[in-house]
Write a protein that binds this ligand. Structure first.
Ligand code: GTP
Length: 393
Protein backbone atom coordinates (compact mmCIF):
# COMPACT_ATOMS: atom_id res chain seq x y z
CA UNK A 1 0.00 0.00 0.00
CA UNK A 2 1.08 3.56 -0.59
CA UNK A 3 2.20 5.48 2.48
CA UNK A 4 2.98 9.05 3.40
CA UNK A 5 5.77 8.68 5.94
CA UNK A 6 6.44 11.41 8.46
CA UNK A 7 9.41 11.02 10.78
CA UNK A 8 9.28 13.19 13.91
CA UNK A 9 12.52 13.78 15.84
CA UNK A 10 15.85 12.16 15.22
CA UNK A 11 14.86 8.50 15.44
CA UNK A 12 11.74 9.10 13.31
CA UNK A 13 13.73 10.95 10.66
CA UNK A 14 16.41 8.28 10.48
CA UNK A 15 13.90 5.48 10.15
CA UNK A 16 11.97 7.29 7.40
CA UNK A 17 15.28 7.99 5.65
CA UNK A 18 16.07 4.28 5.71
CA UNK A 19 12.58 3.45 4.50
CA UNK A 20 13.13 5.58 1.42
CA UNK A 21 16.42 3.82 0.76
CA UNK A 22 14.76 0.38 1.20
CA UNK A 23 11.95 1.39 -1.12
CA UNK A 24 14.39 2.39 -3.86
CA UNK A 25 16.62 -0.66 -3.38
CA UNK A 26 13.80 -3.21 -3.45
CA UNK A 27 11.44 -1.41 -5.83
CA UNK A 28 8.67 -1.96 -3.28
CA UNK A 29 7.00 1.30 -4.26
CA UNK A 30 5.31 1.96 -0.94
CA UNK A 31 6.76 5.36 -0.06
CA UNK A 32 4.60 7.95 -1.84
CA UNK A 33 5.99 10.79 0.28
CA UNK A 34 8.60 11.17 3.00
CA UNK A 35 8.79 14.09 5.43
CA UNK A 36 11.12 14.69 8.37
CA UNK A 37 10.23 17.11 11.16
CA UNK A 38 12.66 18.17 13.88
CA UNK A 39 13.60 20.95 16.29
CA UNK A 40 17.30 20.20 15.74
CA UNK A 41 18.83 21.50 12.51
CA UNK A 42 21.83 19.16 12.65
CA UNK A 43 19.58 16.07 12.73
CA UNK A 44 17.77 17.19 9.61
CA UNK A 45 21.03 17.88 7.84
CA UNK A 46 22.26 14.38 8.62
CA UNK A 47 19.56 12.70 6.53
CA UNK A 48 20.49 11.26 3.13
CA UNK A 49 17.36 10.32 1.23
CA UNK A 50 14.59 12.73 2.20
CA UNK A 51 14.33 15.70 -0.20
CA UNK A 52 15.49 19.00 1.32
CA UNK A 53 12.12 20.67 0.85
CA UNK A 54 10.53 17.86 2.85
CA UNK A 55 12.70 18.50 5.92
CA UNK A 56 10.87 20.79 8.31
CA UNK A 57 12.61 22.65 11.12
CA UNK A 58 10.14 23.70 13.82
CA UNK A 59 10.45 25.68 17.05
CA UNK A 60 13.16 28.00 15.75
CA UNK A 61 11.98 30.94 17.83
CA UNK A 62 11.99 28.80 20.98
CA UNK A 63 15.05 26.54 20.69
CA UNK A 64 17.03 28.10 17.82
CA UNK A 65 17.51 24.84 15.96
CA UNK A 66 19.14 23.04 18.89
CA UNK A 67 16.47 20.50 19.84
CA UNK A 68 14.27 20.38 22.94
CA UNK A 69 16.65 18.32 25.07
CA UNK A 70 14.33 15.44 25.94
CA UNK A 71 11.59 17.80 27.17
CA UNK A 72 8.55 16.25 25.52
CA UNK A 73 6.10 18.78 26.91
CA UNK A 74 8.10 21.43 25.07
CA UNK A 75 8.20 19.11 22.03
CA UNK A 76 4.40 18.97 22.04
CA UNK A 77 4.05 22.76 22.50
CA UNK A 78 6.42 23.55 19.68
CA UNK A 79 4.63 21.08 17.38
CA UNK A 80 1.31 22.73 18.10
CA UNK A 81 2.69 26.23 17.54
CA UNK A 82 4.36 25.32 14.24
CA UNK A 83 1.85 22.80 12.88
CA UNK A 84 1.27 25.05 9.84
CA UNK A 85 4.87 24.59 8.79
CA UNK A 86 4.49 20.83 8.95
CA UNK A 87 1.21 21.11 7.05
CA UNK A 88 3.07 23.12 4.41
CA UNK A 89 5.24 20.09 3.62
CA UNK A 90 2.24 17.76 3.71
CA UNK A 91 0.39 20.02 1.27
CA UNK A 92 2.81 18.95 -1.44
CA UNK A 93 1.85 15.27 -0.96
CA UNK A 94 -0.77 13.99 -3.41
CA UNK A 95 -2.93 12.64 -0.58
CA UNK A 96 -5.45 11.08 -2.99
CA UNK A 97 -2.65 8.69 -4.01
CA UNK A 98 -1.92 7.71 -0.44
CA UNK A 99 -3.62 4.82 1.40
CA UNK A 100 -2.48 5.90 4.86
CA UNK A 101 -0.21 8.17 6.88
CA UNK A 102 2.49 6.63 9.05
CA UNK A 103 3.96 8.89 11.75
CA UNK A 104 7.24 7.51 13.13
CA UNK A 105 9.02 8.63 16.31
CA UNK A 106 11.24 7.52 19.16
CA UNK A 107 9.08 7.96 22.27
CA UNK A 108 11.89 8.46 24.78
CA UNK A 109 13.19 11.86 23.63
CA UNK A 110 11.53 15.26 23.41
CA UNK A 111 10.75 16.30 19.85
CA UNK A 112 9.28 13.06 18.47
CA UNK A 113 7.81 11.95 21.78
CA UNK A 114 5.87 15.18 22.21
CA UNK A 115 5.33 16.11 18.56
CA UNK A 116 4.19 12.82 17.00
CA UNK A 117 0.89 12.62 18.92
CA UNK A 118 0.19 16.28 18.14
CA UNK A 119 0.75 15.68 14.43
CA UNK A 120 -1.37 12.50 14.44
CA UNK A 121 -4.26 14.40 16.01
CA UNK A 122 -3.91 17.14 13.41
CA UNK A 123 -3.82 14.69 10.47
CA UNK A 124 -6.86 12.80 11.73
CA UNK A 125 -8.82 16.00 11.95
CA UNK A 126 -7.99 16.99 8.37
CA UNK A 127 -7.82 13.77 6.35
CA UNK A 128 -10.05 10.73 5.96
CA UNK A 129 -7.12 8.36 5.30
CA UNK A 130 -6.07 6.25 8.29
CA UNK A 131 -3.28 7.67 10.43
CA UNK A 132 -0.98 5.02 11.89
CA UNK A 133 1.85 5.49 14.34
CA UNK A 134 5.13 3.65 14.70
CA UNK A 135 6.48 4.32 18.17
CA UNK A 136 9.95 3.25 19.30
CA UNK A 137 10.36 2.51 23.01
CA UNK A 138 13.70 3.39 24.65
CA UNK A 139 16.16 0.84 25.99
CA UNK A 140 15.85 0.28 29.75
CA UNK A 141 19.47 1.49 30.13
CA UNK A 142 18.54 4.95 28.88
CA UNK A 143 17.35 6.12 32.27
CA UNK A 144 14.25 7.34 34.08
CA UNK A 145 13.48 10.47 32.09
CA UNK A 146 13.42 8.56 28.79
CA UNK A 147 11.17 5.94 30.30
CA UNK A 148 8.86 8.58 31.71
CA UNK A 149 8.73 10.39 28.37
CA UNK A 150 7.96 7.14 26.56
CA UNK A 151 5.22 6.09 28.98
CA UNK A 152 3.45 9.45 28.69
CA UNK A 153 3.87 9.67 24.93
CA UNK A 154 2.74 6.07 24.40
CA UNK A 155 -0.51 6.74 26.24
CA UNK A 156 -1.21 9.86 24.20
CA UNK A 157 -0.05 8.53 20.84
CA UNK A 158 -2.28 5.39 21.05
CA UNK A 159 -5.28 7.62 21.61
CA UNK A 160 -4.55 9.83 18.61
CA UNK A 161 -3.80 7.23 15.91
CA UNK A 162 -5.86 4.56 14.19
CA UNK A 163 -3.31 2.00 15.32
CA UNK A 164 0.03 2.25 17.09
CA UNK A 165 2.66 -0.21 15.94
CA UNK A 166 5.42 -0.49 18.49
CA UNK A 167 9.09 -1.35 18.30
CA UNK A 168 10.92 -1.89 21.57
CA UNK A 169 14.62 -0.95 21.38
CA UNK A 170 15.13 -2.77 24.67
CA UNK A 171 14.17 -6.14 23.21
CA UNK A 172 16.68 -5.65 20.41
CA UNK A 173 19.63 -4.58 22.53
CA UNK A 174 22.56 -6.91 22.12
CA UNK A 175 23.92 -8.24 25.38
CA UNK A 176 26.83 -6.17 26.58
CA UNK A 177 26.24 -3.49 23.98
CA UNK A 178 24.49 -0.21 24.54
CA UNK A 179 21.49 0.23 22.31
CA UNK A 180 22.90 3.34 20.64
CA UNK A 181 25.75 1.28 19.17
CA UNK A 182 23.31 -0.82 17.21
CA UNK A 183 20.79 1.69 15.86
CA UNK A 184 21.75 1.06 12.27
CA UNK A 185 21.08 -2.65 12.57
CA UNK A 186 17.91 -2.02 14.55
CA UNK A 187 16.64 0.43 11.94
CA UNK A 188 17.31 -2.16 9.22
CA UNK A 189 15.19 -4.62 11.17
CA UNK A 190 12.35 -2.11 11.52
CA UNK A 191 12.39 -1.21 7.85
CA UNK A 192 12.58 -4.83 6.72
CA UNK A 193 9.58 -5.92 8.78
CA UNK A 194 7.35 -2.97 8.00
CA UNK A 195 8.61 -2.81 4.42
CA UNK A 196 7.48 -6.38 3.72
CA UNK A 197 4.20 -5.87 5.56
CA UNK A 198 3.20 -2.73 3.67
CA UNK A 199 4.86 -3.87 0.44
CA UNK A 200 2.53 -6.86 0.39
CA UNK A 201 -0.43 -4.64 -0.28
CA UNK A 202 1.30 -3.02 -3.22
CA UNK A 203 1.35 -6.02 -5.58
CA UNK A 204 -1.17 -5.77 -8.39
CA UNK A 205 -3.39 -8.78 -8.76
CA UNK A 206 -2.13 -10.91 -11.61
CA UNK A 207 1.34 -9.43 -11.55
CA UNK A 208 2.82 -12.72 -10.41
CA UNK A 209 -0.22 -14.97 -10.78
CA UNK A 210 -0.33 -15.27 -7.03
CA UNK A 211 -2.95 -17.51 -5.55
CA UNK A 212 -4.04 -15.23 -2.76
CA UNK A 213 -2.21 -11.94 -2.79
CA UNK A 214 -2.54 -9.72 0.26
CA UNK A 215 -4.50 -6.62 -0.58
CA UNK A 216 -4.01 -3.24 1.08
CA UNK A 217 -7.58 -3.44 2.40
CA UNK A 218 -6.56 -6.52 4.40
CA UNK A 219 -3.77 -4.58 6.07
CA UNK A 220 -6.15 -1.69 6.77
CA UNK A 221 -8.82 -4.03 8.17
CA UNK A 222 -6.32 -5.77 10.41
CA UNK A 223 -5.21 -2.42 11.80
CA UNK A 224 -8.76 -1.06 12.06
CA UNK A 225 -10.22 -1.04 15.52
CA UNK A 226 -7.21 0.69 16.97
CA UNK A 227 -4.98 -0.30 19.84
CA UNK A 228 -1.44 -1.53 19.81
CA UNK A 229 0.28 -3.80 17.29
CA UNK A 230 3.43 -5.84 17.08
CA UNK A 231 5.14 -7.59 14.16
CA UNK A 232 6.90 -10.95 13.98
CA UNK A 233 9.32 -12.10 11.30
CA UNK A 234 11.16 -15.24 10.24
CA UNK A 235 12.91 -16.15 7.01
CA UNK A 236 14.80 -18.92 5.29
CA UNK A 237 17.03 -18.86 2.25
CA UNK A 238 15.81 -20.78 -0.75
CA UNK A 239 17.27 -21.77 -4.07
CA UNK A 240 15.60 -20.14 -6.98
CA UNK A 241 15.97 -21.73 -10.40
CA UNK A 242 16.34 -19.19 -13.17
CA UNK A 243 12.98 -18.54 -14.75
CA UNK A 244 11.33 -21.17 -12.57
CA UNK A 245 7.83 -20.57 -11.38
CA UNK A 246 7.14 -17.94 -14.01
CA UNK A 247 3.83 -17.24 -15.62
CA UNK A 248 4.09 -19.96 -18.26
CA UNK A 249 5.07 -22.78 -15.93
CA UNK A 250 2.31 -21.77 -13.54
CA UNK A 251 -0.33 -21.77 -16.24
CA UNK A 252 0.75 -25.05 -17.77
CA UNK A 253 1.28 -26.70 -14.42
CA UNK A 254 4.76 -27.53 -15.59
CA UNK A 255 7.12 -27.28 -12.69
CA UNK A 256 10.13 -27.14 -14.99
CA UNK A 257 13.50 -27.01 -13.30
CA UNK A 258 12.14 -26.30 -9.92
CA UNK A 259 10.56 -29.61 -9.18
CA UNK A 260 9.65 -28.50 -5.71
CA UNK A 261 8.32 -30.95 -3.24
CA UNK A 262 4.94 -29.52 -2.20
CA UNK A 263 5.09 -31.15 1.21
CA UNK A 264 8.46 -29.57 1.83
CA UNK A 265 7.24 -26.12 0.71
CA UNK A 266 4.16 -26.43 2.93
CA UNK A 267 6.20 -27.51 5.94
CA UNK A 268 8.64 -24.68 5.46
CA UNK A 269 5.81 -22.19 5.46
CA UNK A 270 4.16 -23.56 8.60
CA UNK A 271 7.46 -23.67 10.41
CA UNK A 272 8.24 -20.05 9.42
CA UNK A 273 4.82 -18.98 10.69
CA UNK A 274 5.55 -20.53 14.12
CA UNK A 275 9.01 -19.02 14.23
CA UNK A 276 7.68 -15.56 13.39
CA UNK A 277 4.89 -15.67 15.97
CA UNK A 278 6.89 -17.25 18.77
CA UNK A 279 10.22 -15.54 18.06
CA UNK A 280 11.19 -11.98 18.83
CA UNK A 281 8.35 -9.57 18.10
CA UNK A 282 8.89 -5.84 17.56
CA UNK A 283 7.06 -5.46 20.88
CA UNK A 284 7.35 -8.68 22.91
CA UNK A 285 3.96 -9.78 24.24
CA UNK A 286 1.61 -12.71 24.73
CA UNK A 287 0.06 -13.42 21.37
CA UNK A 288 -2.95 -15.09 22.93
CA UNK A 289 -5.76 -12.59 23.07
CA UNK A 290 -4.67 -10.58 20.01
CA UNK A 291 -7.78 -9.13 18.44
CA UNK A 292 -6.74 -9.52 14.81
CA UNK A 293 -3.80 -10.87 12.84
CA UNK A 294 -2.42 -10.83 9.33
CA UNK A 295 0.00 -13.38 7.94
CA UNK A 296 2.09 -12.37 4.93
CA UNK A 297 4.25 -15.00 3.21
CA UNK A 298 6.80 -13.33 0.98
CA UNK A 299 9.14 -14.98 -1.48
CA UNK A 300 9.54 -16.47 -4.93
CA UNK A 301 6.11 -17.64 -6.14
CA UNK A 302 7.13 -21.27 -6.60
CA UNK A 303 8.04 -21.43 -2.92
CA UNK A 304 4.66 -20.18 -1.75
CA UNK A 305 1.59 -22.34 -1.62
CA UNK A 306 -1.96 -21.93 -0.50
CA UNK A 307 -1.95 -25.04 1.67
CA UNK A 308 0.99 -23.84 3.73
CA UNK A 309 -0.47 -20.38 4.20
CA UNK A 310 -3.87 -21.83 5.11
CA UNK A 311 -2.29 -24.11 7.71
CA UNK A 312 -0.25 -21.27 9.11
CA UNK A 313 -3.33 -19.09 9.29
CA UNK A 314 -5.30 -21.80 11.17
CA UNK A 315 -2.43 -22.28 13.59
CA UNK A 316 -2.39 -18.53 14.24
CA UNK A 317 -6.12 -18.62 14.88
CA UNK A 318 -5.62 -21.29 17.53
CA UNK A 319 -2.70 -19.49 19.15
CA UNK A 320 -4.31 -16.07 19.27
CA UNK A 321 -7.86 -17.22 19.87
CA UNK A 322 -8.86 -14.61 17.29
CA UNK A 323 -11.57 -15.15 14.71
CA UNK A 324 -10.08 -12.47 12.51
CA UNK A 325 -6.87 -13.90 11.09
CA UNK A 326 -6.13 -12.99 7.50
CA UNK A 327 -3.38 -14.42 5.34
CA UNK A 328 -1.94 -14.25 1.88
CA UNK A 329 1.16 -14.10 -0.26
CA UNK A 330 3.52 -11.45 -1.42
CA UNK A 331 5.29 -12.89 -4.44
CA UNK A 332 8.80 -11.55 -4.89
CA UNK A 333 10.74 -13.14 -7.70
CA UNK A 334 14.49 -13.31 -7.20
CA UNK A 335 14.48 -12.50 -3.49
CA UNK A 336 16.36 -15.68 -2.60
CA UNK A 337 14.40 -16.20 0.61
CA UNK A 338 10.98 -17.04 1.92
CA UNK A 339 9.82 -14.84 4.79
CA UNK A 340 6.88 -14.87 7.09
CA UNK A 341 5.68 -11.56 8.52
CA UNK A 342 2.92 -11.57 11.11
CA UNK A 343 1.05 -8.47 12.19
CA UNK A 344 -0.69 -8.95 15.54
CA UNK A 345 -3.12 -6.13 16.11
CA UNK A 346 -4.96 -5.23 19.28
CA UNK A 347 -2.54 -6.95 21.65
CA UNK A 348 -3.30 -6.36 25.32
CA UNK A 349 -1.14 -8.71 27.34
CA UNK A 350 2.14 -6.76 27.18
CA UNK A 351 4.25 -7.05 30.35
CA UNK A 352 6.86 -4.67 28.89
CA UNK A 353 4.38 -1.78 28.84
CA UNK A 354 3.34 -2.43 32.44
CA UNK A 355 7.01 -2.48 33.47
CA UNK A 356 7.67 0.73 31.52
CA UNK A 357 4.77 2.44 33.31
CA UNK A 358 5.98 1.25 36.70
CA UNK A 359 9.51 2.57 36.11
CA UNK A 360 8.02 5.81 34.76
CA UNK A 361 5.91 6.33 37.90
CA UNK A 362 8.98 5.75 40.09
CA UNK A 363 10.98 8.18 37.95
CA UNK A 364 8.20 10.76 38.23
CA UNK A 365 8.17 10.43 42.04
CA UNK A 366 11.96 10.65 42.19
CA UNK A 367 11.96 13.74 40.02
CA UNK A 368 9.33 15.39 42.27
CA UNK A 369 11.33 14.46 45.39
CA UNK A 370 14.58 15.73 43.92
CA UNK A 371 12.96 18.99 42.79
CA UNK A 372 11.46 19.52 46.23
CA UNK A 373 14.76 18.69 47.93
CA UNK A 374 16.82 21.01 45.74
CA UNK A 375 14.28 23.80 46.25
CA UNK A 376 14.57 23.29 50.02
CA UNK A 377 18.37 23.25 49.78
CA UNK A 378 18.41 26.45 47.74
CA UNK A 379 16.03 28.15 50.17
CA UNK A 380 18.23 27.27 53.11
CA UNK A 381 21.32 28.48 51.25
CA UNK A 382 20.06 31.90 50.31
CA UNK A 383 18.16 32.80 53.47
CA UNK A 384 20.10 33.65 56.60
CA UNK A 385 19.43 31.62 59.69
CA UNK A 386 17.62 34.29 61.70
CA UNK A 387 15.96 35.89 58.71
CA UNK A 388 17.63 39.20 59.51
CA UNK A 389 18.51 40.22 55.96
CA UNK A 390 16.06 41.85 53.62
CA UNK A 391 16.22 41.43 49.85
CA UNK A 392 16.60 44.52 47.72
CA UNK A 393 13.27 44.34 45.99
N1 GTP B 1 15.40 2.43 16.76
C1 GTP B 1 15.99 3.62 16.92
N2 GTP B 1 15.81 4.29 18.04
C2 GTP B 1 16.43 5.48 18.19
C3 GTP B 1 17.29 6.02 17.21
N3 GTP B 1 17.75 7.22 17.65
C4 GTP B 1 17.19 7.41 18.86
N4 GTP B 1 16.40 6.36 19.20
C5 GTP B 1 15.49 6.20 20.36
O1 GTP B 1 14.58 7.28 20.31
C6 GTP B 1 14.55 7.97 21.52
C7 GTP B 1 14.35 9.42 21.21
O2 GTP B 1 15.51 9.97 20.67
P1 GTP B 1 15.54 11.03 19.52
O3 GTP B 1 14.68 10.62 18.39
O4 GTP B 1 16.99 11.28 19.26
O5 GTP B 1 14.89 12.31 20.22
P2 GTP B 1 14.15 13.53 19.53
O6 GTP B 1 12.75 13.18 19.24
O7 GTP B 1 14.98 14.01 18.37
O8 GTP B 1 14.10 14.62 20.70
P3 GTP B 1 15.23 15.60 21.30
O9 GTP B 1 16.57 15.10 20.83
O10 GTP B 1 15.02 15.49 22.76
O11 GTP B 1 14.90 16.95 20.77
C8 GTP B 1 15.82 7.57 22.23
O12 GTP B 1 15.58 7.52 23.60
C9 GTP B 1 16.13 6.20 21.70
O13 GTP B 1 15.48 5.20 22.45
C10 GTP B 1 17.46 5.27 16.01
O14 GTP B 1 18.18 5.65 15.07
N5 GTP B 1 16.80 4.08 15.93
Amino acid sequence: MKLALIGFGQAGGKIVDKFVEYDRRTGSDIVRAAVAVNTAKADLMGLDNIPNDQRVLIGQSRVKGHGVGADNELGAEVAEEDIDEVQGAIDSIPVHEVDAFLVIAGLGGGTGSGGAPVLAKHLKRIYTEPVYGLGVLPGSDEGGIYTLNAARSFQTFVREVDNLMVFDNDAWRKTGESVSGGYDEINEEIVKRFGILFGAGEIDQGQEVAESVVDSSEIINTLAGGGVSTVGYASEEVEEAAGGGGLLSRLTGDKGDDDLDTAHTTNRITSLVRKAALGRLTLPCEIEGSERALLVMAGPPQHLNRKGIERGRKWLEEQTGSMEVRGGDYPVTGSGFVASVILLSGVTNVPRIKELQQVAIEAQENIDDIRQESQDNLDSLISDDEDELESLF
